[in-house]
Design a protein around this ligand. Structure first.
Ligand SMILES: [Fe+2]
Ligand SMILES: [Fe+2]
Length: 251
């Protein structure tokens, strides 16, 4: 079982890299464990879901160990939850050249963090968009109601890595965390209750499935829990598509 805590490269092709940004397991004491990701390409870099307030120091130090913070030009959010955007006021200062990409649904709520972000927010329309990082593209993939009503996943077509936001989240018994899923059957038990409650309905799964079923996906990298590679990425998607009732269907 891979239990590294330092940044770990999930995929690379020349100078294009997709990096998991490390973990301090004591974070478990403060809130649900979260994953953050860094994409590097030709001197430009981006972050996906850089996280809440208490992970900021770890995230910033790990980013700085790999790239100059001034080279971070894009920060992409899956949705509006505190474990996703809670460090925004620190990010604004520490990554002065970054623009923040978020669903247009959430833009008007973000100033309640006590920050003025007007010229630094880019609204993502419901249908998603392509976002250029260096010479590569990251695609904001609509996944509405797969948790939040304005929800995006991010797909890296060059490395076939799919960032799945809260989808794929696992809640472990204390001390059980690992970075890469080995045994899907065991891991599924850590995911099932979360997915039954946090996805709005089976209809959301059907819509999202149509959106992504033609993408080539080798790696699924979620915002919580462990990363699925190869066969386990396929098993994960098939498992999710097989959930007959979730959220409202069960209420
Ligand atoms: Fe969330
Ligand atoms: Fe989350």
């Amino acid at each position: 079982m891979l239990q590294v805590h330092k940044p770990y490269v999930l995929g690379e092709d020349g100078d294009h890299k997709f990096v998991w940004l490390g973990l301090d397991e004591s974070e478990h004491e403060k809130g649900i464990l979260t994953n953050q990701y860094l994409i590097m390409d030709k001197g430009e870099s981006a972050l996906i879901d850089p996280g809440g307030y208490f992970v900021f120091e770890r995230v910033f130090n790990n980013v700085q160990s790999m790239v100059d913070p001034e080279k971070i030009t894009k920060i992409m959010y899956s949705h509006q939850d505190p474990d996703v955007i809670g460090s925004l006021n620190l990010l604004l200062d520490m990554f002065p050249n970054a623009k923040f990409y978020v669903s247009y649904l959430w833009e008007r709520f973000i100033p309640h963090l006590g920050v003025s972000v007007n010229d630094r927010i880019v609204d993502i329309p419901d249908e998603g968009m392509d976002i250029k990082v260096g010479e590569s593209i990251l695609r904001a993939v609509p996944a509405h109601f797969m948790h939040s009503p304005g929800n995006f996943h991010y797909y890296d077509p060059r490395l076939k890595i799919y960032f799945s936001g809260d989808i794929g989240a696992a809640i472990y018994p204390k001390g059980t965390w690992y970075l890469i899923v080995d045994d899907f059957e065991t891991h599924r038990n850590f995911m099932e209750p979360f997915h039954r409650r946090y996805i709005a309905s089976r209809k959301a799964i059907d819509l999202w499935k149509k959106t992504i079923e033609n993408l080539e996906i080798d790696v699924v990298a979620p915002q919580h829990g462990s990363v699925f590679i190869g066969d386990n990425a396929k098993k994960f998607l098939e498992w999710l598509w097989s959930l007959d009732k979730v959220g409202l269907d069960l209420m």
